[in-house]
Design a protein around this ligand. Structure first.
Ligand code: HEM
Length: 120
């Protein structure tokens, strides 16, 4: 049987490592770093991101955070910022050995959400 996307991302542990790398990359990415430096509880953001990737890839735990539109509404996020975040996510997958179809599947899912994130 084909492995689920959750399994191909390395399960909960693999996703946790990817999320840590994504947040670290955002904090050193000049395009988006101030956005994330201003977040009050980065631990909570990481937990929500782990759940989001887990639930969205077929994992067993539910996502308990806010919807994407509700979360990013009023932030006036630009296309450039969206691309910077996507680039950090792709680099984090590369670093953690996620390639091929799994990487492409994640990119496709996240790209489909751009209308709920950019300039909403
Ligand atoms: C690639 C698509 C993106 C996804 C899947 C995503 C996902 C998420 C998730 C799951 C949360 C947590 C929601 C919660 O706390 O209930 C969140 C929060 C946040 N996102 Fe995004 N995001 C994306 C793009 C962006 C971009 C491009 C920016 C800005 C550069 C951004 C800035 C933020 C900030 C600042 C928060 C924290 C809000 C707060 O708690 O005050 N996100 N995002």
């Amino acid at each position: 049987m084909t492995a689920t996307l959750f399994e191909r991302l390395g399960g909960a542990d693999g996703i946790a490592r990817i999320v840590d790398d994504i947040v670290a990359a955002h904090l050193s990415n000049p395009v988006v770093r101030t956005r994330f430096e201003n977040v009050k509880d980065l631990g909570h953001l990481k937990k929500m991101a782990r759940e989001f990737f887990g639930a969205g890839s077929g994992g067993p735990e539910p996502y308990t955070g806010r919807e994407m539109l509700e979360t990013h509404k009023g932030m006036n996020i630009s296309e450039q910022e969206y691309l910077a975040v996507m680039d950090d996510i792709v680099a984090a997958m590369d670093r953690n050995g996620v390639g091929g179809d799994a990487k492409n599947d994640v990119i496709a899912i996240l790209y489909s959400l751009k209308g709920q994130i950019i300039r909403v």
